[in-house]
Write a protein that binds this ligand. Sequence first.
Ligand code: NAP
Length: 334
Amino acid sequence: MSEKFKALVVNQNGEDFTREIQSLDKSFLKHGDVLVKVEYSGLNYKDALILKNGAKLVKEFPHIPGIDFSGTVVESENKNFKTGDQIILTGRRVGEIYFGGYSQLAKVNGDFLVKKPESISLRQAMILGTAGITALTCAFTTKQAREELLLGEKVEDVVVTGASGGVGSIAVMILNKLGCNVTAVTGKDSNNEYLKEIGAKTITKTSDLDKEARPLDKGLWDGAVDTVGGSMLSKVLSHIKQNGIVAAVGNASGIKLNTTVMPFIIRGVKLWGIDSVHTSTKRRQFLWDEASKLIDFDLLEKSIKEVNLEELLNIFPKMLEGKTSGRYIVNLNK
Ligand SMILES: NC(=O)c1ccc[n+]([C@@H]2O[C@H](COP(=O)([O-])OP(=O)(O)OC[C@H]3O[C@@H](n4cnc5c(N)ncnc54)[C@H](OP(=O)(O)O)[C@@H]3O)[C@@H](O)[C@H]2O)c1
Protein backbone atom coordinates (compact mmCIF):
# COMPACT_ATOMS: atom_id res chain seq x y z
CA MET A 1 0.00 0.00 0.00
CA SER A 2 1.25 3.54 -0.75
CA GLU A 3 1.93 5.86 2.18
CA LYS A 4 -1.46 7.51 1.53
CA PHE A 5 -4.66 5.74 2.54
CA LYS A 6 -8.40 6.34 2.38
CA ALA A 7 -10.52 7.02 5.48
CA LEU A 8 -13.92 8.40 6.41
CA VAL A 9 -13.39 11.55 8.47
CA VAL A 10 -16.13 13.21 10.55
CA ASN A 11 -15.60 16.85 11.43
CA GLN A 12 -17.46 19.43 13.48
CA ASN A 13 -18.14 23.03 12.48
CA GLY A 14 -20.14 24.60 15.30
CA GLU A 15 -23.48 22.77 15.40
CA ASP A 16 -22.87 21.09 12.02
CA PHE A 17 -21.09 17.82 11.30
CA THR A 18 -19.44 16.89 8.00
CA ARG A 19 -18.38 13.49 6.66
CA GLU A 20 -15.78 13.12 3.96
CA ILE A 21 -13.73 10.32 2.41
CA GLN A 22 -10.19 11.69 2.58
CA SER A 23 -6.76 10.61 1.43
CA LEU A 24 -4.61 10.71 4.56
CA ASP A 25 -1.01 10.34 5.57
CA LYS A 26 0.11 7.87 8.26
CA SER A 27 1.09 10.81 10.51
CA PHE A 28 -2.68 11.50 10.92
CA LEU A 29 -3.00 8.34 13.08
CA LYS A 30 -2.15 9.35 16.63
CA HIS A 31 -3.13 6.51 19.01
CA GLY A 32 -1.65 3.10 19.72
CA ASP A 33 1.34 0.89 19.03
CA VAL A 34 0.07 -1.48 16.32
CA LEU A 35 -0.61 -0.42 12.72
CA VAL A 36 -3.24 -2.54 10.94
CA LYS A 37 -4.25 -2.80 7.29
CA VAL A 38 -8.01 -2.95 7.75
CA GLU A 39 -9.89 -5.39 5.52
CA TYR A 40 -13.42 -5.16 6.96
CA SER A 41 -15.38 -3.05 9.39
CA GLY A 42 -19.06 -3.20 10.39
CA LEU A 43 -22.04 -0.90 10.78
CA ASN A 44 -23.60 -0.96 14.23
CA TYR A 45 -26.32 1.38 15.47
CA LYS A 46 -23.67 3.09 17.61
CA ASP A 47 -21.58 3.71 14.46
CA ALA A 48 -24.57 5.34 12.78
CA LEU A 49 -25.06 7.65 15.77
CA ILE A 50 -21.37 8.58 15.76
CA LEU A 51 -21.45 9.22 11.99
CA LYS A 52 -24.39 11.57 12.53
CA ASN A 53 -22.93 13.84 15.22
CA GLY A 54 -20.38 12.01 17.38
CA ALA A 55 -23.20 10.88 19.71
CA LYS A 56 -21.50 12.69 22.62
CA LEU A 57 -19.07 9.74 22.61
CA VAL A 58 -16.43 11.39 20.40
CA LYS A 59 -14.35 13.89 22.35
CA GLU A 60 -12.22 15.36 19.55
CA PHE A 61 -12.70 16.14 15.85
CA PRO A 62 -11.62 15.41 13.13
CA HIS A 63 -12.46 11.80 13.93
CA ILE A 64 -12.37 8.43 12.15
CA PRO A 65 -15.36 6.27 13.30
CA GLY A 66 -15.84 2.48 13.08
CA ILE A 67 -16.11 0.55 16.38
CA ASP A 68 -15.20 -2.86 14.89
CA PHE A 69 -12.60 -3.99 12.37
CA SER A 70 -10.55 -6.94 11.20
CA GLY A 71 -7.27 -6.86 9.31
CA THR A 72 -3.55 -7.63 9.16
CA VAL A 73 -0.76 -6.13 11.25
CA VAL A 74 1.70 -4.12 9.13
CA GLU A 75 3.86 -2.59 11.91
CA SER A 76 4.01 -3.39 15.62
CA GLU A 77 5.77 -2.03 18.67
CA ASN A 78 3.71 -4.36 20.88
CA LYS A 79 5.45 -7.56 22.00
CA ASN A 80 2.31 -9.66 21.44
CA PHE A 81 1.87 -8.82 17.73
CA LYS A 82 4.09 -9.01 14.67
CA THR A 83 3.78 -8.07 11.00
CA GLY A 84 1.39 -10.45 9.22
CA ASP A 85 -0.74 -11.35 12.26
CA GLN A 86 -4.46 -11.32 11.49
CA ILE A 87 -6.43 -9.51 14.18
CA ILE A 88 -9.96 -8.61 15.31
CA LEU A 89 -10.96 -5.49 17.19
CA THR A 90 -14.39 -4.86 18.72
CA GLY A 91 -15.38 -2.18 21.24
CA ARG A 92 -12.73 -0.85 23.66
CA ARG A 93 -14.03 2.63 22.75
CA VAL A 94 -12.17 2.45 19.44
CA GLY A 95 -14.17 4.50 16.91
CA GLU A 96 -15.31 6.67 19.85
CA ILE A 97 -12.38 8.17 21.76
CA TYR A 98 -9.80 6.51 19.50
CA PHE A 99 -9.73 6.44 15.69
CA GLY A 100 -11.62 3.45 14.32
CA GLY A 101 -12.03 1.09 11.41
CA TYR A 102 -13.53 3.23 8.62
CA SER A 103 -9.99 3.59 7.34
CA GLN A 104 -7.64 1.49 5.21
CA LEU A 105 -5.05 1.88 7.99
CA ALA A 106 -5.77 1.92 11.72
CA LYS A 107 -3.39 2.40 14.64
CA VAL A 108 -4.50 0.98 17.99
CA ASN A 109 -3.29 -0.16 21.37
CA GLY A 110 -2.20 -3.78 20.85
CA ASP A 111 -3.74 -4.71 24.20
CA PHE A 112 -7.17 -4.17 22.58
CA LEU A 113 -6.55 -6.71 19.81
CA VAL A 114 -7.50 -10.37 19.58
CA LYS A 115 -5.70 -12.82 17.28
CA LYS A 116 -8.14 -14.11 14.69
CA PRO A 117 -8.73 -17.85 15.05
CA GLU A 118 -7.79 -19.94 11.98
CA SER A 119 -11.34 -21.29 11.91
CA ILE A 120 -12.95 -18.03 10.73
CA SER A 121 -12.04 -15.50 8.02
CA LEU A 122 -11.48 -11.76 8.46
CA ARG A 123 -14.81 -11.24 6.66
CA GLN A 124 -16.64 -13.69 8.94
CA ALA A 125 -15.19 -11.88 11.97
CA MET A 126 -16.96 -8.73 10.81
CA ILE A 127 -20.16 -10.59 9.90
CA LEU A 128 -20.23 -11.13 13.67
CA GLY A 129 -18.58 -7.94 14.95
CA THR A 130 -19.78 -6.43 18.23
CA ALA A 131 -23.29 -7.87 17.73
CA GLY A 132 -21.89 -11.39 17.39
CA ILE A 133 -19.47 -11.24 20.28
CA THR A 134 -22.25 -9.77 22.45
CA ALA A 135 -24.65 -12.55 21.44
CA LEU A 136 -21.99 -15.16 22.28
CA THR A 137 -21.52 -13.54 25.71
CA CYS A 138 -25.29 -13.56 26.30
CA ALA A 139 -25.71 -17.19 25.28
CA PHE A 140 -22.88 -18.33 27.56
CA THR A 141 -24.35 -16.27 30.39
CA THR A 142 -27.84 -17.67 30.05
CA LYS A 143 -26.91 -21.31 29.52
CA GLN A 144 -23.32 -22.18 30.43
CA ALA A 145 -23.14 -19.90 33.50
CA ARG A 146 -26.00 -21.78 35.17
CA GLU A 147 -25.03 -25.27 34.03
CA GLU A 148 -21.25 -25.10 34.44
CA LEU A 149 -20.39 -22.20 36.74
CA LEU A 150 -23.30 -22.43 39.19
CA LEU A 151 -23.65 -26.21 38.68
CA GLY A 152 -27.39 -25.72 38.27
CA GLU A 153 -30.06 -27.61 36.36
CA LYS A 154 -30.06 -27.98 32.57
CA VAL A 155 -31.28 -24.91 30.68
CA GLU A 156 -33.90 -26.00 28.18
CA ASP A 157 -36.43 -23.29 27.38
CA VAL A 158 -35.07 -19.81 26.65
CA VAL A 159 -36.48 -16.58 25.24
CA VAL A 160 -34.72 -13.97 23.08
CA THR A 161 -36.32 -10.52 22.66
CA GLY A 162 -35.64 -8.21 19.72
CA ALA A 163 -34.95 -11.51 18.02
CA SER A 164 -34.48 -10.28 14.46
CA GLY A 165 -31.89 -7.66 15.48
CA GLY A 166 -28.11 -8.04 15.20
CA VAL A 167 -27.60 -9.38 18.73
CA GLY A 168 -30.97 -11.17 18.96
CA SER A 169 -30.70 -13.18 15.74
CA ILE A 170 -27.21 -14.48 16.53
CA ALA A 171 -28.31 -15.30 20.11
CA VAL A 172 -31.22 -17.35 18.67
CA MET A 173 -28.80 -19.26 16.45
CA ILE A 174 -26.28 -19.98 19.23
CA LEU A 175 -28.84 -21.01 21.87
CA ASN A 176 -30.46 -23.38 19.38
CA LYS A 177 -27.03 -24.82 18.58
CA LEU A 178 -26.42 -25.27 22.33
CA GLY A 179 -29.56 -27.44 22.45
CA CYS A 180 -32.17 -25.02 23.84
CA ASN A 181 -35.79 -24.61 22.76
CA VAL A 182 -35.72 -20.98 21.70
CA THR A 183 -38.73 -18.65 21.79
CA ALA A 184 -38.02 -15.65 19.56
CA VAL A 185 -39.90 -12.44 20.33
CA THR A 186 -40.27 -10.18 17.32
CA GLY A 187 -42.37 -7.21 16.24
CA LYS A 188 -42.74 -8.12 12.58
CA ASP A 189 -44.49 -11.20 11.11
CA SER A 190 -42.19 -10.91 8.09
CA ASN A 191 -39.31 -12.05 10.35
CA ASN A 192 -40.94 -15.36 11.31
CA GLU A 193 -39.61 -17.51 8.48
CA TYR A 194 -36.02 -16.29 8.91
CA LEU A 195 -36.18 -16.77 12.69
CA LYS A 196 -37.38 -20.36 12.24
CA GLU A 197 -34.60 -20.95 9.73
CA ILE A 198 -31.91 -19.78 12.18
CA GLY A 199 -33.25 -21.94 15.01
CA ALA A 200 -36.30 -20.46 16.74
CA LYS A 201 -38.76 -23.13 17.84
CA THR A 202 -41.56 -20.76 18.83
CA ILE A 203 -42.29 -17.20 17.72
CA THR A 204 -44.04 -14.73 20.03
CA LYS A 205 -45.20 -11.28 18.99
CA THR A 206 -43.63 -8.31 20.77
CA SER A 207 -47.12 -6.89 21.42
CA ASP A 208 -48.09 -10.08 23.30
CA LEU A 209 -45.23 -9.67 25.75
CA ASP A 210 -44.60 -5.92 25.91
CA LYS A 211 -47.30 -5.42 28.56
CA GLU A 212 -47.48 -4.48 32.22
CA ALA A 213 -45.96 -7.29 34.27
CA ARG A 214 -47.34 -8.98 37.37
CA PRO A 215 -44.71 -9.50 40.11
CA LEU A 216 -44.69 -13.22 39.23
CA ASP A 217 -46.34 -14.85 36.26
CA LYS A 218 -46.49 -18.37 34.85
CA GLY A 219 -42.95 -19.82 34.67
CA LEU A 220 -42.21 -20.23 30.95
CA TRP A 221 -38.44 -20.03 30.46
CA ASP A 222 -35.23 -21.19 32.16
CA GLY A 223 -33.33 -18.21 30.81
CA ALA A 224 -33.52 -15.11 28.62
CA VAL A 225 -31.53 -12.76 26.42
CA ASP A 226 -33.19 -9.36 26.46
CA THR A 227 -32.11 -6.73 23.93
CA VAL A 228 -35.20 -4.57 24.41
CA GLY A 229 -35.29 -3.41 28.06
CA GLY A 230 -38.22 -1.40 29.49
CA SER A 231 -41.53 -3.17 30.09
CA MET A 232 -40.42 -6.15 27.98
CA LEU A 233 -37.66 -6.92 30.48
CA SER A 234 -40.06 -6.63 33.46
CA LYS A 235 -42.45 -9.05 31.76
CA VAL A 236 -39.68 -11.51 30.90
CA LEU A 237 -38.44 -11.47 34.52
CA SER A 238 -41.92 -12.38 35.79
CA HIS A 239 -42.02 -15.44 33.47
CA ILE A 240 -38.59 -16.90 34.37
CA LYS A 241 -38.64 -20.27 36.11
CA GLN A 242 -36.67 -21.15 39.27
CA ASN A 243 -32.98 -20.09 39.19
CA GLY A 244 -33.09 -18.77 35.63
CA ILE A 245 -30.56 -16.26 34.33
CA VAL A 246 -31.65 -13.20 32.33
CA ALA A 247 -28.93 -11.51 30.28
CA ALA A 248 -29.83 -7.80 30.06
CA VAL A 249 -28.03 -6.49 27.02
CA GLY A 250 -29.98 -3.69 25.38
CA ASN A 251 -32.44 -0.87 25.56
CA ALA A 252 -34.07 -0.91 22.11
CA SER A 253 -37.39 0.12 23.68
CA GLY A 254 -36.27 1.97 26.81
CA ILE A 255 -33.89 2.28 29.75
CA LYS A 256 -36.40 2.21 32.61
CA LEU A 257 -36.94 -1.04 34.49
CA ASN A 258 -40.09 -1.27 36.59
CA THR A 259 -40.06 -4.56 38.46
CA THR A 260 -40.36 -6.04 41.97
CA VAL A 261 -38.00 -8.14 44.07
CA MET A 262 -40.32 -11.16 43.69
CA PRO A 263 -38.60 -12.93 40.75
CA PHE A 264 -35.28 -12.57 42.62
CA ILE A 265 -36.31 -13.65 46.13
CA ILE A 266 -39.03 -16.21 45.32
CA ARG A 267 -37.55 -17.83 42.22
CA GLY A 268 -33.86 -16.98 42.65
CA VAL A 269 -33.81 -15.35 39.21
CA LYS A 270 -30.53 -13.66 38.30
CA LEU A 271 -30.35 -10.48 36.25
CA TRP A 272 -26.95 -10.46 34.55
CA GLY A 273 -25.78 -7.27 32.83
CA ILE A 274 -23.77 -7.58 29.63
CA ASP A 275 -21.02 -5.07 28.75
CA SER A 276 -19.24 -6.02 25.55
CA VAL A 277 -17.10 -2.87 25.38
CA HIS A 278 -14.86 -3.63 28.34
CA THR A 279 -14.76 -7.46 28.13
CA SER A 280 -11.24 -8.71 28.92
CA THR A 281 -8.93 -9.83 26.12
CA LYS A 282 -8.76 -13.35 27.62
CA ARG A 283 -12.53 -13.69 27.51
CA ARG A 284 -12.74 -12.20 24.01
CA GLN A 285 -10.16 -14.71 22.74
CA PHE A 286 -12.22 -17.56 24.26
CA LEU A 287 -15.43 -16.28 22.63
CA TRP A 288 -13.84 -15.82 19.19
CA ASP A 289 -12.37 -19.32 19.40
CA GLU A 290 -15.87 -20.69 20.07
CA ALA A 291 -17.50 -18.76 17.19
CA SER A 292 -16.93 -21.26 14.38
CA LYS A 293 -18.49 -24.10 16.45
CA LEU A 294 -21.69 -22.19 17.16
CA ILE A 295 -22.31 -19.97 14.16
CA ASP A 296 -23.70 -21.09 10.80
CA PHE A 297 -22.08 -18.49 8.54
CA ASP A 298 -23.89 -19.79 5.43
CA LEU A 299 -27.18 -18.92 7.06
CA LEU A 300 -26.02 -15.51 8.29
CA GLU A 301 -24.61 -14.72 4.85
CA LYS A 302 -28.18 -14.39 3.53
CA SER A 303 -28.70 -11.19 5.54
CA ILE A 304 -25.28 -9.62 4.84
CA LYS A 305 -24.79 -6.58 2.62
CA GLU A 306 -21.26 -5.52 1.77
CA VAL A 307 -20.65 -1.80 1.14
CA ASN A 308 -17.69 0.55 0.59
CA LEU A 309 -17.03 3.81 2.45
CA GLU A 310 -18.92 5.89 -0.13
CA GLU A 311 -21.99 3.62 0.13
CA LEU A 312 -21.77 3.71 3.92
CA LEU A 313 -22.44 7.46 3.81
CA ASN A 314 -25.83 6.75 2.18
CA ILE A 315 -26.74 3.80 4.40
CA PHE A 316 -26.16 5.11 7.93
CA PRO A 317 -29.00 7.73 7.89
CA LYS A 318 -31.39 4.94 6.79
CA MET A 319 -30.30 2.83 9.76
CA LEU A 320 -31.07 5.74 12.08
CA GLU A 321 -34.57 5.98 10.54
CA GLY A 322 -35.12 2.22 11.11
CA LYS A 323 -35.22 1.64 7.33
CA THR A 324 -32.45 -0.95 7.09
CA SER A 325 -32.54 -4.66 7.79
CA GLY A 326 -29.88 -7.33 8.07
CA ARG A 327 -26.22 -6.63 8.74
CA TYR A 328 -23.94 -4.30 6.79
CA ILE A 329 -20.21 -4.89 6.60
CA VAL A 330 -17.76 -2.39 5.14
CA ASN A 331 -15.09 -3.63 2.71
CA LEU A 332 -12.12 -1.24 2.87
CA ASN A 333 -10.71 -2.60 -0.42
CA LYS A 334 -13.92 -2.10 -2.40
N1 NAP B 1 -24.50 -4.32 26.33
C1 NAP B 1 -23.72 -4.40 25.28
O1 NAP B 1 -22.53 -4.65 25.36
C2 NAP B 1 -24.34 -4.23 23.92
C3 NAP B 1 -23.65 -4.62 22.75
C4 NAP B 1 -24.32 -4.51 21.52
C5 NAP B 1 -25.61 -3.99 21.48
N2 NAP B 1 -26.20 -3.57 22.63
C6 NAP B 1 -27.57 -3.05 22.65
O2 NAP B 1 -28.43 -4.16 22.38
C7 NAP B 1 -29.60 -3.71 21.71
C8 NAP B 1 -29.73 -4.50 20.43
O3 NAP B 1 -28.64 -4.22 19.58
P1 NAP B 1 -28.69 -4.69 18.06
O4 NAP B 1 -27.36 -4.36 17.47
O5 NAP B 1 -29.18 -6.09 18.01
O6 NAP B 1 -29.80 -3.70 17.51
P2 NAP B 1 -30.76 -3.90 16.28
O7 NAP B 1 -30.13 -4.72 15.22
O8 NAP B 1 -31.28 -2.54 15.96
O9 NAP B 1 -31.95 -4.81 16.91
C9 NAP B 1 -32.83 -4.37 17.90
C10 NAP B 1 -34.12 -5.17 17.76
O10 NAP B 1 -34.96 -4.86 18.86
C11 NAP B 1 -36.33 -4.85 18.44
N3 NAP B 1 -36.88 -3.53 18.75
C12 NAP B 1 -36.49 -2.33 18.27
N4 NAP B 1 -37.21 -1.33 18.79
C13 NAP B 1 -38.09 -1.91 19.64
C14 NAP B 1 -39.13 -1.42 20.48
N5 NAP B 1 -39.39 -0.12 20.57
N6 NAP B 1 -39.83 -2.31 21.22
C15 NAP B 1 -39.56 -3.63 21.15
N7 NAP B 1 -38.62 -4.17 20.35
C16 NAP B 1 -37.88 -3.31 19.62
C17 NAP B 1 -36.33 -5.16 16.96
O11 NAP B 1 -36.48 -6.57 16.85
P3 NAP B 1 -37.67 -7.27 16.05
O12 NAP B 1 -37.61 -6.64 14.67
O13 NAP B 1 -37.35 -8.70 16.06
O14 NAP B 1 -38.89 -6.89 16.79
C18 NAP B 1 -34.93 -4.80 16.52
O15 NAP B 1 -34.53 -5.54 15.40
C19 NAP B 1 -29.41 -2.21 21.49
O16 NAP B 1 -30.08 -1.53 22.53
C20 NAP B 1 -27.90 -2.01 21.61
O17 NAP B 1 -27.57 -0.72 22.05
C21 NAP B 1 -25.60 -3.70 23.83
